[in-house]
Unconditional design. Sequence first.
Length: 144
Amino acid sequence: MPTELELSHELAYYTLAHGDPAFIHQHAVDAFAAQNAEPTGKPIGVIFGLIGLYLHLERGFTGRQVQLAHMRLGTSHRNWTMPRLPNSRGTVRVSDVLAAEPGQERDAMIDKWCASVWDAYRDVRGEIAEIVRRELGVDWIVPL
């Protein structure tokens, strides 16, 4: 049985080869980072994953726009604090995404995966929104 990490690599082959300029790969990376976070891991990975999910699901950012936001956030050398990790981090898993037919069905499943993970972290939504406001600005919008 493949591990979650191995399955994420298989999904990466699909998302990186995807022809859509919106860069759906970023959403898969963010969902995986937040869903598979460990308390002993680096907080930056979880925070950036959650910021990506917030920007995508609540602000309508494309993967490319989220990637640019991550790049901008990466220029500040902050000590990020690990958010509270929920026990359950979403009901949709990488295997569910890979089980969907490649194309529109799989792309939609990536969005369902993102929403499932983001919903699991609903208790830290305000914290993530505040980081975005503080670090990127209230009205920060990235052109495509």
